[in-house]
Design a protein around this ligand. Structure first.
Ligand SMILES: *[C@@H]1O[C@H](CO)[C@@H](O)[C@H](O)[C@H]1NC(C)=O
Ligand SMILES: *[C@@H]1O[C@H](CO)[C@@H](O)[C@H](O)[C@H]1NC(C)=O
Ligand SMILES: *[C@@H]1O[C@H](CO)[C@@H](O)[C@H](O)[C@H]1NC(C)=O
Length: 317
């Protein structure tokens, strides 16, 4: 393992120690337009955990996970203001299987933070699972996401935050909400505050119809709809195979990954491995209302996604 990788891992581990469990901060003013956003799922902390020195859980022990630090993904700009980027193949099938195995016993009814309290609500009917931050696959995926953000996160100061999985089944949904907090939250060190500067929403299981992620106020950069999964080939026609199955696969890949929704905004269909990334906060630290979004109801099937919420930290004044 490269020294750089070790250094990053150490940063993540120290961060886990500093941040601790996000404790909901009492915000007395309910937001004017929306009632809910996602609170942090309580996850046990393992201060100074060092993933490669610890034994994995027994169920995963027979398939040791090796992080592919060279894994490549592909990005597409969707919206410039607010910034929304579509990421193809952010999470590999092996990583998905490992994350699901780790999370499976932890799923519980999702909660949202309303008026400063964590509670269950009809606004959100899914189930959620916190992920342990010392799990090698979690570390691997968080490092990749952290590297994606580049200098937007300050090493040794900002943090990736505890990730969580969310699962929707037939009829389940998450009404319009925002991921940022109305007011920065106290950090566990009692000296700093933080807010969710950006969000990654990565799909792990997409065996469903419906269940798009809808950003009612997002605008595409240009009106023509996207080209689906197939990357631009410079105009070359590469399709010579005539087999029906190949055709069906190509048709599936050619389906647009997002569309302009009939009620306005953009709707992204769930595709396993792919992620949406967006910036939640303005430069002055306030939330960007244009990033509110909803998980549209599933008609049938199953959708599982991973939430990653990178945090900006602020010194308390
Ligand atoms: C890790 O696993 C090895 C072999 O299975 C075992 O000998 C060792 O005691 C374990 N260490 C811990 C800290 O559980
Ligand atoms: C923060 O910045 C946004 C975008 O520039 C602006 O709309 C908002 O009024 C600002 N809020 C404060 C409190 O400065
Ligand atoms: C996908 O879900 C449908 C039910 O909606 C089920 O019949 C099918 O077996 C599932 N496929 C997989 C691969 O899980």
């Amino acid at each position: 393992m490269a020294a750089g990788g070790l250094a990053k891992m150490t940063v993540v581990s120290i961060g886990a120690f500093l941040v601790g469990i996000g404790i909901p901060y009492l915000s007395s003013l309910p937001s004017p337009k929306l009632a809910s956003f996602i609170g942090d799922f309580p996850v046990p902390d393992y201060p100074l955990a060092f993933p490669f020195l610890k034994n994995r859980t027994e169920s995963a022990a027979n398939t040791p996970f090796v992080c592919d630090t060279m894994h490549s993904y592909r990005t597409e700009l969707v919206s410039l203001d607010p910034l929304i980027i579509y990421i193809h193949d952010l999470i590999t099938p092996i990583e998905i299987a490992s994350l699901l195995e780790t999370a499976e016993p932890r799923f519980a009814p999702s909660q949202v933070t309303k008026h400063g309290r964590q509670q269950q609500t009809s606004d959100r009917t899914s189930s959620s699972a916190g992920l342990p931050r010392d799990d090698p696959t979690v570390v691997c995926v968080l490092n990749r996401a952290r590297n994606f953000m580049g200098t937007m996160l300050r090493d040794g100061w900002d943090e990736m935050g505890p990730p969580q999985l969310v699962r929707y089944t037939s009829g389940q949904r998450f009404n319009v909400h925002h991921d940022w907090f109305d007011y920065p939250q106290w950090a566990a060190d009692g000296e700093r505050k933080w807010n969710r500067v950006a969000s990654f929403f990565a799909i792990l299981q997409d065996n469903c119809t419906g269940g798009e992620t809808h950003f009612p106020h997002a605008r595409p950069i240009a009106p023509p709809s996207p080209r689906g999964e197939a990357a631009w080939q410079g105009g070359r026609q590469t399709q010579t195979r005539s087999q029906q199955q190949q055709q069906e696969e190509d048709d599936e890949k050619a389906k647009p990954l997002w569309r302009e929704h009939e009620n306005g905004g953009l709707a992204f269909r769930p595709v396993a491995g792919n992620a949406i990334f967006w910036i939640n906060l303005h430069n002055n630290g306030t939330g960007d209302w244009r990033t509110v979004h909803a998980g549209l109801p599933l008609e049938r099937g199953l959708k599982t996604a991973m939430n990653i919420w990178p945090r900006h930290y602020y010194p308390y004044e």
